[in-house]
Design a protein around this ligand. Sequence first.
Ligand code: ATP
Ligand code: MG
Length: 587
Amino acid sequence: MNSRELIKEYIKFFKSKGHTRISSAPLIPENDPTVLFTTAGMHPLVPYLLGEKHPAGKRLVDLQICVRTDDIDEVGDATHHTFFEMLGNWSLGDYWKKESLSWSWEFVTKHLGLDPKRIWVSCFSGDKDAPRDEESAKIWEEIGVAKERIVLLPKKDNWWGPAGESGPCGPDSEIYFDTTDSPHSDNCIPSDGCPRFVEIWNNVFLQYRKTKTGKFVALKQKNVDTGMGVDRTTAVLQGLDDDYKVKDLWGKIISAIETSLETSYKENKKAIRIIADHTRASVFIAAEGVYPSNKQRGYILRRLIRRALRYSRILGKNEPFLSKIAEAVIDTFAKDYPYLVEQRGQIINKISEEEERFAKTISRGLKEIEKIDKLDARSAFLLYESYGFPLELTQEIAKEKGQRINKKQFEEEFDKHKNLSRTSAAGMFKGGLVDHSEEVTKLHTATHLLHAALRKILGTKVSQKGSNITSDRLRFDFSYDHKLSDDQLTQVEDLVNEQIKKDLKVTLKIENYEQAQRQGALAFFKERYGEKVKVYTVGNPKGNYFSKEICAGPHVSSTGEIGRVRILKQEKVGSDVIRIYATNKSD
Ligand code: ATP
Ligand code: MG
């Protein structure tokens, strides 16, 4: 049975039990500000679960497209996707646990033909909010499930909802398939830690409503809400241990990735799964009118695209290719979701444009990360702000280095930044908006060298008054009361070029502002990120460095990259200010 056949069977089965098919709601919830995306089939049904009459009746069945951003970190395993299709059936104040569980059993054993001995079920074990779900456990026993395959699990496993902070919720009963038929041991039962069991279906019994103040009150109308993942169930039906091996869902997408990246799924499962999953989700999100951006849904889309790209970089792919994968996604779902085909051009453009934007910033961001010895919330934020580096990419790199980034702290930085960007709208700060091209970066580091050289030759009364860099030249204004002699100019130029010849390392450290100043770091702007600042050092940061400045960056990794610097001319632009133009281009 392939995935489309499963969907057909499911709908047919529940129609035969008096259900009416309703159509999938959009991925973006229409009247629910509590979540960004539809996360389950029940989502669009919330008003009806709360008692409103549904025009299609009390028994409903559908196929709903879902996005679960919370599962993004699980993606890479065999069974979690950010976007997936979910089958579901509902009772709106009609049938209850007995019918629901018996029909589920009948469907999986008779219609899907799964071996009953490999089916496990779980029920809610009870806590202070709600009692143990004895009723469901008893029904399973009556149906014929062996007692040893009925497990009782706590809230974290067997409680559903609410989707936002308040709304319908209740105990659930999950159906698992044992992907192996070897004997089980007591320490491997269905729950998070044991991958041999795949959860395919969840029967949720919405008996409660969680209020905004955190209370659980009994719902007047008791509802059944079930959800079955199409990818997982099809994989189980086909005897596969991996969703991505389901041909009609993933075949085209995986082969497109294998071809583009010149690698095989077998060799690079995790990365290929992430690229496949994130592209699939991106296509469906883009099709709902979302553009990659730094806000809300746009940010999710951006994160998905950029994370897919990071994994493709790991596999050595640096040229644009995602549009080909997106095409494969559209082709896969063309028949069932014709709007993807209608919007093909737009979807592809959004993804390709974001890919281009990211290609420019990612190489710079990755270089920058190499220079930071400790990744934390602050540095993660600065990377985000300066390079558009998504938090979770930095988190992943941090994890590889055995470091941790506190998400809450990151968000605090983010909030602070919102205040700052208001100031930046007034034209006072330019942190993240500066040109990050390679040429500008080189001249930016050259500016630091020039500043330090001027202070060494002319004395410490020299300090920066302004700077302006284009890809062709730097312009540097500093306090000094008269023009330099030709001899002085030559000395400054030579000193700068000596440092370039030495190919000194440029390192970045995030430090307290005061501490940085105490260590002699120069600061041109008043600090802009609260107490912590980025400090760039040219030369040995602990020893005899050549330059140390507080600065937003970006900079080259070592001075050799700059190339020979020539001073083009000097001007006196104010009573106390001298301006120097310099370039690294040969004439
Ligand atoms: P899990 O514990 O495996 O993450 P869940 O408890 O979050 O699953 P439910 O919220 O009960 O799952 O969702 C109902 C069904 O939807 C699941 O039984 C499963 O078949 C499917 N499902 C849930 N999350 C995902 C996902 N991230 N990718 C694919 N299918 C999923
Ligand atoms: Mg889950």
